[in-house]
Write a protein that binds this ligand. Sequence first.
Ligand SMILES: Nc1ncnc2c1ncn2[C@@H]1O[C@H](COP(=O)(O)OP(=O)(O)OP(=O)(O)O)[C@@H](O)[C@H]1O
Ligand SMILES: [Mg+2]
Length: 361
Amino acid sequence: MPEITVRGLTKRYGKVIAVDDATLTIKDKEYVTILGPSGCGKTTLIRMMAGIIEPTEGKVFIDGKDMKGVPIEERDLGYVFQNIALFPNMNVGENVSYSPRVKGKSPEEQGTTSHKYLELVKLLDKMGMFPGELCGGEQQKVSLARALATGSKLLLLDEPLSALDARVRVDLRYDLRRLVKALGITTVHVTHDQEEAMSVSDRIVLMRAGAIVEMGTPEQLYTKPENIFTMNFIGETNLIEGWVRERSVGLCKIELRDGSELEVHSCPYDTGTAVVVSVRPEFVYPFTSGLRSKIVSTTYMGTYWRMTAESASEDEIDFDVPVSDGHLYKIGQEVYLMINNKATVVFPRPHEGIAEAVKLE
Ligand SMILES: Nc1ncnc2c1ncn2[C@@H]1O[C@H](COP(=O)(O)OP(=O)(O)OP(=O)(O)O)[C@@H](O)[C@H]1O
Ligand SMILES: [Mg+2]
């Protein structure tokens, strides 16, 4: 029943704070992703969970047991390294059956295990080859198969799919989630890919500059984030500056920089508060009225056209139109944009400025 808790976990390298006071619990059988931009401390955090790196401060508990001084081999977990670390002198089959072998399982059982997981990652035909003869994506799949073959109920994966083609990555992430759910494995999966995190996780832990910014289900973080960084990092969003002009029950009038007005739902701030209204592109529609704007760029995205417009209030607003309507919009054209006011999230305007608040580091 592996449950993993970290409390006040901190790692310092001289003046660099790689992980800053992280506290969280990953429940038994839960699939949690640690998401965040490059350099935010994801690898350092998961390595401290695994026992590869010693924390400067704080503690790691697995099933309530303090892991201080317990090496990775004794933590009963499967681990996938970000920089794939296969045994170069063992072939693919031997790499995957490494854990059952050191546990003294029979040759037959070793063979069944490596067969099972190599089949999962679709590499049965490479069983006899050596890591040096495989491409990066194949090595990553072997690494994943080897971690699964440990048979342990706790899996720690550091960017396990990053070296794969976009298509394979998508297929394999669903297979991975299905498998660990079927086997009842507790999984911590590090990624910087927000779409990957959204699609596999029970819960996402979002990090920035060493610290945990916010945790929640993918839906919570996408629709009702508490932090403007989360709103901007997970999915795409428009950020419109304004002030609360008038508050009433349920609705709130926001004055924009050109004096125009935008009505939004659920804005808990007092009249006069400087705010940022955030709305995702899929909730902005061209209409006969709304925010007066001018198209500044049009991009063909395959399944839709992405339009970027600049409003009279000098906010940049992205919205999407169906492929069939793409020809209706030209750069320089004036449009009116309606905003679905139920889909807005209002944040107080950050003191450090919006750009600084959503910056990746
Ligand atoms: N051994 C080390 N010595 C000094 N600084 C380190 C060391 N390891 C990591 N850091 C620093 O700690 C920070 C966090 O690094 P970490 O590898 O945890 O980031 P990450 O979120 O995994 O990034 P990426 O997505 O690029 O893998 C970085 O600024 C990194 O330079
Ligand atoms: Mg990393």
